[in-house]
Design a protein around this ligand. Structure first.
Ligand SMILES: [Mn+2]
Length: 398
């Protein structure tokens, strides 16, 4: 069976709203043409409470897929929840969609509408052609709780099937700046293929000797070095064990570092524009170009006003951002370099959670079994405030 792995569409992402939709559409349609099943490891939506028009967009996308002639269907569902379709389109919510445990998240809506099979905490089996493919999912949760949930749920493969473990989490080997992140060796054993979302650049790794595939997002979000590769998805063939990456027509991102010292006597403005022209020519379309000026040299007379005017001048052809490198003249040891790259790699939400955790720790408050991250989620739930506070208190002291 050919399994397509697509992730992190971020439908409704404000900055590139149209890109998010059209690139997800292209990826889904292309993947459906090429494969027998689609598995989506989280962050279909950018937000846990998407606006109605974003939900409508998503329903349109998935309804088109549901009308295709799928050769194989979901034949078994083991675990929590219910399914309302047997389409071989299997998904979990990611961290962007996460809500308090009992609350419905937007992937639940797609599940209830019979457009996807939600394996947040369940296994779906697709049967056909003498093969059984079992997909065990765990929806995105806070990084500091993942190991605990793995212990509690103890996901195990099913006998006589090709077993896929699907999750949505930070992995230490890819993001080596927080000891709490799960290490490859800590993933549950015995699966034939591991699949995750969350990381927005493409990753091909091994876990317990088997492939771990992370396709990356289908839309630009973080604008960091890893997002310079084109976007797309994986197709994995369970018969041969081989996989391929299939590109989509996505807006390109280029990170251009310019060391002002190296330009010599030439005009900085001219040099930047030459680079921009060359990049636009090579990427096609209207790329996002982030220029980082390293001003360590500082000896040059830099025409600041003219530099600041470049993005406007290129507005028709590219989305240009120009900033100065934050590396101080006497850049300190590598430890703080690591810290900086850690911060670069972190989403605003993860950073916020980190701050909340520190504050709670410092206050000495005991948040017991609920854990600070779920408490934060619960307090952020929409609804009558007295009810939310009461249920938070119940979880804290009850
Ligand atoms: Mn994401």
């Amino acid at each position: 069976m050919r399994i397509a792995i697509l992730s992190d569409f971020h439908l409704g992402y404000e900055r590139f709203r149209e890109d998010a939709f059209f690139q997800a559409e292209e990826a889904l349609n292309k993947a459906a043409e090429m494969s027998d099943a689609l598995i989506i490891p989280g962050d279909i939506f950018d937000n846990r409470a998407p606006k109605p028009d974003v939900i409508a967009e998503a329903i349109n996308l998935f309804r088109n897929l549901s009308r295709r002639e799928w050769k194989f269907r979901v034949s078994e569902f083991i675990g929590e929840g219910k399914i309302f379709t047997d389409l071989p389109i299997i998904a979990i919510p990611g961290t962007h969609e996460r809500r308090a445990q009992e609350a419905a998240d937007p992937v639940d809506i797609l599940g209830l509408a019979g457009l996807v099979v939600d394996v947040s905490n369940a296994t779906a089996v697709i049967q056909g052609n003498g093969e059984r493919i079992a997909i065990r999912g765990i929806g995105g949760i806070a990084d500091d709780r993942f190991k605990e949930v793995l212990e509690m749920e103890n996901p195990v493969p099913i006998d006589g099937a090709f077993n896929i473990f699907m999750f949505h989490e930070s992995i230490y080997e890819m993001l080596p700046f927080n000891e709490k992140f799960t290490k490859l060796s800590e993933l549950p054993k015995g699966f034939d293929l591991y699949v995750s979302g969350h990381i927005h650049n493409r990753v091909e790794e091994k876990a317990h000797g088997k492939m771990l595939l992370i396709p990356g997002s289908t839309v630009l979000t973080q604008l960091k070095a890893g997002e310079q590769d084109g976007k797309g998805f994986f197709v994995f063939d369970t018969k041969t064990g081989k996989h391929e990456f299939v590109g989509i027509n996505s807006r390109r991102f280029v990170l251009e570092k310019i060391d002002i010292m190296s330009i010599g006597k030439r005009s900085v403005v001219d040099y930047i524009q030459e680079r921009l022209d060359a990049i636009i020519k090579s990427t096609g379309g209207k790329p996002v170009i982030r220029v980082v000026l390293d001003r360590k040299g500082n000896g040059q007379d830099v025409a600041e006003m003219e530099i600041n005017d470049i993005p406007r001048r290129y507005a028709e052809r590219a989305i240009v951002e120009i900033s100065s490198s934050l590396v101080p003249e006497d850049a300190p040891a590598s430890a703080s370099l690591q810290e900086r790259s850690g911060f670069e790699n972190m989403s605003v939400k993860d950073y916020g959670i980190g701050v909340f955790l520190e504050k709670i720790k410092a206050s000495g408050a005991d948040v017991g079994s609920i854990g600070p991250v779920e408490l934060l989620d619960l307090l952020g739930t929409e609804g009558p405030k007295d009810k939310i506070v009461k249920s938070a208190l119940d979880r804290l002291v009850g």
